[in-house]
Design a protein around this ligand. Structure first.
Ligand code: NAD
Length: 512
């Protein structure tokens, strides 16, 4: 655990208990019940915290409001400089940060390094954006008038994150939020609290050298669902960005809407790939294995449904089963292992339950699903990724099971394939493998995929930060990261300026 010392996380505690409230000014223990986080690698205890409470949130809220008053007046390019330096600091500690991700989320080293790289990339993106918070100039219908719109800082933003992308999701929100002038409070998953402390420490190292930046601009509170609920209910946050299960998103959306706040939701996916009869099957095979078995099936964009043309299904499934047979499952910190552990026993149990249900619903398990106990650390829940041949309308296929189960479905016409792709309640990521321009275009057209992400000849997972990331339907409708997602973190004002000597009213109204 040397990485924790190098990152300075081990200074953020009292005795054996880590601080749960960290605002730059205040670092204190939580006042709620104690909990421990364990590594999925071997079940070892990594950390102990006390849950931060709603009463503690009230105090933090005051600090965040004060920080906002300062941050909103600092020129955006200077806020960009803050983010540039945070990116440099993340570059410096990339290996240690990746180790913390592996320890808490169980990611193999290359994927953990990729997640830190995503943080670094979004810093670069946000630095550029800090000089491009552009509004429009609009012609007025009135003589002697001019109109424009401006984008202004919004206020303190709360970010509630899931265990599986403990750094990237915070970075998408926080790096853009900071350049937009918003202090950001993170409530991480209770399964990955040390990642939150590592990010906090990196940002505070930078803020220590920038006395004009309010320290609470990057704050963290560690706590459970109760704390998440208190954050959603708090008027302090005009925006609550929440990533996690659809059940969580529904609860947050309802609470935030109840006080007419904005929520930015990134929820569950049930991602599909259509493999057409014209597909380059070698390319498809590689994309399927990474998308379906990578990260042990624990990405929101993990490939869960393979919609295969009936003429290619047998050959493709045979090749897939062969590839799955050679996938190395084991300790994510060991070079060459490609599939790490599931996050915990509960996740293993829900995978087993889904496989049982699939069988009852007519599914045929082609390979995988069993627990791996040899050549893996004891105490972790390692599994062989599973492939199940099943009907597209079996109810279990329409649910997200957060584990490596790939359902193989078949189709005969391309229109039918698109219908199958769209028939689930989730709408995050989708892909088609085809050499037919017509099929590719149809897939991306209005009557094609209904997802937020629709790819051609690449898999469903592994998005770049430059695009807007998110999905439709039960995935929540939010868009984060690239494109114009920065607008989420700002409020728009429309300004009409009269430089004439008269007062004409809009729509030609005469009022005299
Ligand atoms: P989860 O829903 O169990 O927890 C996510 C976060 O929400 C945690 O911080 C948790 O404490 C908090 N939370 C739970 N209930 C809450 C409530 N009622 N009010 C406020 N906060 C609450 O999710 P998880 O198991 O950590 O992550 C897996 C899920 O996240 C999967 O469904 C996956 O698809 C989804 N996910 C989506 C995206 C995306 O971008 N769409 C990215 C990553 C993960």
């Amino acid at each position: 655990l040397a990485c924790l010392d190098v990152l300075g996380i081990n200074t953020l505690k009292q005795g054996d208990t880590y601080f749960s409230v960290l605002t730059g000014n205040t670092t204190v223990l939580g006042e709620g019940s104690a909990f421990s986080a364990h590594s999925p690698i071997d079940g070892a205890k990594l950390s102990t915290f006390n849950n931060a409470t709603a009463a503690q949130l009230d105090k933090v809220n005051a600090e965040l409001k004060d920080a906002f008053k300062v941050l909103r007046t600092i020129p955006a390019p200077r806020r960009g400089e803050l983010v540039r330096r945070i990116g440099d600091e993340a570059r410096k500690y990339k290996n240690e940060l990746a180790q913390v991700i592996s320890l808490e989320a169980g990611k193999i080293t290359p994927e953990a390094l990729g997640e830190v790289q995503e943080w670094i990339d979004v810093c670069d993106f946000a630095v550029g954006q800090s000089r491009m918070l552009h509004g429009l100039s609009i012609v007025s219908e009135r003589p002697g008038h001019r109109m424009m719109e401006q984008w202004q800082p919004l206020g303190p933003v709360a970010v509630i994150t899931a265990f599986n992308f403990p750094m990237a999701v915070w970075a998408w929100n926080t790096m853009l939020g900071l350049v937009c002038g918003d202090p950001v409070l993170l409530k991480p998953s209770e399964k990955a609290p040390l990642c939150a402390l590592a990010m906090y420490q990196i940002a505070q190292n930078v803020i220590a050298d920038m006395p004009d930046i309010p320290k609470a601009a990057v704050s963290v509170m560690i706590g459970d669902r109760d704390l998440g609920e208190a954050i959603a209910a708090s008027e302090t946050f005009p925006l609550v960005s929440a990533t996690g299960s659809t059940v969580m998103g529904r609860a947050v959306a309802k609470t935030v809407a109840g006080r007419l706040g904005r929520s930015l939701l990134e929820l569950g996916g049930n991602n599909a790939m259509i493999v057409s009869k014209s597909a380059d099957l070698d390319l498809a095979l590689r994309a399927i294995v990474f998308s379906a078995a990578g990260t042990a099936g624990q990405r929101c964009t993990t490939l869960r449904r393979l919609i295969t043309h009936e003429s290619v299904v047998d050959g493709l499934v045979a090749s897939l089963a062969k590839s799955y047979g050679s996938l190395r499952v084991g300790n994510p910190l060991v070079d060459g292992n490609l599939v790490g552990p599931l996050i915990d026993e509960r996740s293993f149990d829900s995978m087993q339950a889904a496989l049982e249900t699939a069988k009852k619903q007519g599914g045929d398990v082609i390979c995988g699903g069993e627990r791996v106990t040899e050549n893996v650390p004891t105490g972790g829940f390692y599994v062989k990724p599973a492939i199940v041949h099943i009907a597209h309308d079996a109810p279990i296929v329409h649910e997200e099971t957060f584990a490596p189960i790939l359902y193989v479905l078949t189709y005969s016409t391309f229109e039918e394939a698109i219908e199958i792709q769209n028939e689930v309640p989730q709408g995050l990521s989708s892909a088609v493998f085809t050499e037919s321009m017509r099929e590719a275009e149809l897939f991306m057209a209005p009557a094609g995929s209904d997802c937020g992400i629709a790819n051609v000849n690449i898999g469903t997972s592994g998005a770049e930060i430059g695009g807007a990331f998110g999905g439709e339907k039960e995935t929540g409708g939010g868009r984060e990261s690239g494109s114009d997602a920065w607008r989420n973190y700002m409020r728009r004002t429309t300004n009409t300026v009269n430089y004439g000597g008269d007062l004409p009213l809009a729509q030609g109204i005469v009022f005299e």
